[in-house]
Design a protein around this ligand. Structure first.
Ligand SMILES: NC(=O)c1ccc[n+]([C@@H]2O[C@H](COP(=O)([O-])OP(=O)(O)OC[C@H]3O[C@@H](n4cnc5c(N)ncnc54)[C@H](O)[C@@H]3O)[C@@H](O)[C@H]2O)c1
Length: 411
């Protein structure tokens, strides 16, 4: 099942539990606006190249739309649509005053020079500057984009609208980025895992974790879990997979990855088949790489007791059913990885206030948001007698439905 079909299915299940009427359901499901633009730039050799950029703005009932911009050769409109919708439910679960959006440009960033990437980002911004804004739609980095990309968008947007640091988040600190944003999603994953384990009478210390993906989210989560006494027994990335049942020394692995651009060849662990990473023996599995990796082919072999979804939509609905029967508890993406967008919200607040917080305040506020989020999700599980995924979906969908209804329907 593709990402959009899976997201729509979860939305409809939640809508049924909430008893929403069909007109409201339609209104919540269909995106507010879908933008598709042609971006032509001169390449460094003087030839012209054309790329297609787009932005799906899903919903703004609770506040400005919020979501990443990705640069990837296979930017798939259906997936971006699903991710925009997931952002709407995620910001509502986190209880931050935003809606949801997502966008991207179909390009291979590694095949473009820095100046070509800058020109492409500026042309894309010129095409959409009237449709984004501090109180309209606030982009952020995603796959293939980074704080530098946000700096170019900020600069180009400001040519049309004046100095507007809050128009994007995930900026470099020198341009108004927030302290703690880099680690925020991984730190949020730690707080989410802590809340889940606490609910089951356990703590991070002494639990064995497997992490798929050792990029921004996976490496921060692994580092912070280790600091709390958790044991990371296996890790994988695009270059390979490694395992050490006594626990991997994450500080040494980080050094190795910096020098070798991947986990492959790390001496402090044994190399294993990357296809086996998700079915390795552990207490907590953290998928932090791609969508759709847990599916009907591998779900029955998963040995973890808990899955904390750091990646977006890593679990297929069919796998959800198989894992539920096995008693595996899944902490869903729209709660578990919401630490990133929550600190993006703190960045936006700091920019609007013109007052920068210290990192301790950012981390303390993030912990409070993640703990409140877990309690709110659990309350919905009790009300609707459902699992954590439906608890999170009913929580998010209900908050957006209430805001939409309160705004009223009169034209
Ligand atoms: N960065 C954020 O703030 C944030 C927020 C919410 C959700 N997410 C989601 O978390 C996931 C990871 O994001 P990120 O920012 O860490 O990305 P990243 O690009 O920094 O890291 C991705 C990691 O996944 C690895 N990977 C890629 N293909 C793989 C494969 N086939 N097998 C194993 N590993 C593979 C890469 O080698 C890399 O280590 C994505 O699903 C993203 O949408 C990220």
């Amino acid at each position: 099942m593709n990402a959009l079909a899976a997201t729509n299915r979860n939305f409809k299940l939640a809508s049924r539990l909430l008893g929403l009427d069909s007109k409201l359901e339609q209104c919540l499901l269909i995106p507010f606006r879908e933008i598709k633009v042609e971006c032509t730039i001169p390449k460094d050799d003087g030839s012209l190249a054309t790329f297609i950029g787009f932005r799906v703005q899903h919903d703004n009932a609770r506040g400005p739309m919020k979501g990443g911009i990705r640069y990837h050769p296979e930017v798939d409109p259906d997936e971006v649509n699903a991710l925009a919708q997931l952002m709407t439910w995620k910001t509502a679960v986190a209880n931050i005053p935003y809606g949801g959006a997502k966008g991207g440009i179909g390009c291979s960033p590694s095949d473009l020079s820095i100046s070509e990437l800058e020109r492409l980002t500026r042309v894309f911004t010129q095409k959409i500057h009237d449709l984004i804004g501090v109180h309209t739609d606030v982009p952020a980095p995603d796959m293939g984009t980074n704080p530098q990309t946000m700096a170019w968008i900020l600069d180009e947007y400001s040519k049309f609208h004046g100095y507007s640091p809050a128009v994007v988040t995930g900026k470099p600190i020198d341009l108004g980025g927030s302290l703690g944003r880099d680690a925020a999603t991984g730190r949020g994953v730690l707080f989410a895992a802590e809340a889940l384990l606490r609910d089951h009478g356990k703590s991070i210390a002494g639990q064995r974790f497997v992490v798929q993906g050792f990029g921004n989210v996976g490496s921060w989560a692994a580092q912070l879990i280790t600091e709390q006494g958790g044991k990371i027994v296996a890790v994988s990335d695009i270059t390979g997979a490694i395992k050490n049942k006594n626990g991997i020394d994450i500080a040494s692995l980080l050094k190795h990855v910096k020098e070798n651009r991947g986990v492959k060849g790390f001496h402090g662990a044994d190399s294993i088949d990357p296809n086996s990473i998700l079915v390795e023996d552990c207490d907590v599995l953290i998928p932090a790489a791609l969508g759709g990796v847990i599916n009907r082919d591998n779900a029955k072999d998963i040995k973890a007791k808990y899955i904390v979804e750091a990646a977006n939509h890593p679990t297929d609905p069919e796998a959800d059913e198989i894992l539920a029967k096995k008693g595996v508890v899944i902490l869903p993406d729209i709660y578990a990885n919401s630490g990133g967008v929550t600190v993006s919200y703190f960045e936006w607040v700091q920019n609007i206030q013109g007052f920068m917080w210290d990192e301790e305040r950012v981390n303390t506020e993030l912990k409070a948001y993640m703990n409140r989020g877990f309690k709110d999700v659990k309350d919905m599980c009790k009300t609707h007698n459902c699992d954590l995924r439906m608890g999170a979906f009913t929580l998010g969908v209900n908050r957006v439905a209430r805001a939409t209804t309160l705004r009223g329907w009169e034209a």
